[in-house]
Write a protein that binds this ligand. Structure first.
Ligand SMILES: [Zn+2]
Length: 174
């Protein structure tokens, strides 16, 4: 495994559409492993292909262990993800991004969703996600279409800067 360089939001690749993955060979497994390692090394909860300059429809996610949440503390790798259901319920919550370090914003997201995707070996899967994991999936899915969380923020008081010294207990970067 290897840690990849994470690109910042001013890199044009962060604004491009990623391509559908068709080759489910060993290179893809290596890419997914690198992405998980890179995400963990950066203390992030999600990472999408374009963030490391890979213009393919893949993202990884893992939310911190929480005994009340069975989806926490386990790694997800989603390839060619498509949302098949999005809840009517929408909730505003804090979001950060590994490509926009030091900034936190308030973004509305669906509180639950269903997603179909492929695994690294090409197997079709269907997953349900709620609350924080659903938020992370929506944030990462957006990266595949060149969308960043700051695009949703129209009121300037809903975006603020944090310094590493600040208590970032409730802030996660994706
Ligand atoms: Zn992000």
């Amino acid at each position: 495994m290897a840690i990849r360089e994470i690109f910042f939001a001013d890199d044009p690749r962060l604004r491009q559409q990623a391509k559908k993955i068709k080759d489910f060979g060993p290179k893809l497994k290596k890419l997914a492993d690198d992405m998980l390692e890179t995400m963990h090394a950066a203390s992030g909860v999600g990472l999408a292909g374009p963030q490391i300059g890979v213009m393919q429809r893949i993202f990884v996610a893992e939310i911190p262990e929480d005994e009340d949440d069975p989806d926490s503390g386990k790694p997800f790798v989603l390839i060619n993800p498509e949302f098949t259901k999005l809840s009517d319920d929408i909730e505003e919550g804090q979001e950060g991004c590994l490509s926009i370090p030091g900034w936190i914003g308030l973004v509305n997201r669906h509180t639950a969703l269903e997603v179909k995707a492929r695994t690294v070996t090409g197997k079709r899967i269907k997953l349900k996600a709620t609350d924080f994991l659903a938020r992370v999936f929506q944030h990462e899915r957006d990266h595949l279409d060149g969308i960043l969380f700051i695009d949703y923020i129209t009121e300037k008081e809903k975006l603020w800067q944090v310094t590493p010294e600040d208590d970032e207990e409730d802030a996660f970067e994706e």
